[in-house]
Ligand binder design. Structure first.
Ligand code: NI
Length: 259
């Protein structure tokens, strides 16, 4: 099986004791690409460092809505500098989180829009975080459209109707571990309907661990379980589904080298 984990946070201290082994397990499971996604400036820097150390890792740099209230005045300049690295393939993760509301909503909006504008300036794809903020996410995306380099709604949790609107704006939809949970009927339905050419898979490691490891720390090797579940929903062979998602990821993040 050939796999692409399009969203992971492998710089987190959860992996400090076994990072090399965890990457080894990812390779053994068939992973050929991982996008390590930034959470704030420091983790964005660490994402770039991981991308320098491991050939299969690429980096996204950005400020998560939780951190929107803590950014220094020059955060966009700092992100732009980091984005100049050849292994930075996207801006992310950026968006809105009304579930935890760790930063005031006006700050979340400002930092989200600031980074969308930066992505447009740099012609980079965007990785969108949307938790319990579907309405405002869609309003902002529609106002900020067009996105020259496209993007992805990561760990998708919205409705089928919203997915259709996102795809109309050129976004991919990324399915994470919760699709393997018994009670995720809405997400299973969305995954079943999604056209194959708009579909990505991810782990969001160390969070959202799929069945059969639910409750434990997540890692990229486990993206195979999400691939298997989505394949079953679509009545496809797992390896075929994994290959299609890998190609989609290569297209979005422009990893379509001649290999
Ligand atoms: Ni994430």
């Amino acid at each position: 099986m050939i796999l692409f984990d399009t969203h992971a946070h492998l710089d987190f201290e959860d992996y400090d004791t076994d990072r090399d082994e965890m990457i080894g397990r990812a390779r053994a499971a068939g992973l050929i690409y991982i996008v390590n996604v930034g959470f704030e400036l420091d983790s964005s820097r660490k994402a770039v460092q991981l991308a320098e150390k491991y050939d299969l890792i690429y980096a996204a740099v950005g400020v998560h809505p939780h951190e929107a209230g803590n950014v220094p005045p020059d955060y966009l300049e700092q992100l732009e500098l980091l984005a100049g690295h050849p292994k930075v393939v996207a801006l992310g993760e950026i968006g809105l989180d009304y579930f935890r509301d760790r930063s005031p909503r006006p700050e979340q909006h400002k930092v989200f829009r600031g980074q969308l504008a930066l992505a447009r300036k740099l012609n980079l794809p965007v990785i969108i975080h949307d938790r319990e903020a579907h309405g405002d996410i869609m309003d902002i995306l529609q106002q900020e459209d067009p996105f020259s380099a496209g993007g992805v709604i990561h760990c998708y949790s919205g409705s089928w109707e919203m997915a259709q609107q996102c795809m109309k704006l050129g976004f991919y939809i990324s399915i994470a571990g919760p699709v393997t949970f018994n009670k995720s009927n809405k997400l299973k339905d969305v995954a079943t309907r999604l056209p194959l050419d708009r579909l990505l898979i991810e782990t969001d490691s160390p969070f959202l661990t799929p069945v059969p490891y639910r409750g434990k720390r997540n890692e990229p090797a486990f993206v195979q379980y999400t691939a298997a579940e989505v394949a079953a929903l679509k009545k496809l062979d797992s390896a075929e589904l994994a290959k299609i998602c890998t190609e989609n990821g290569r297209t979005l993040f422009r990893l379509n080298t001649t290999s």
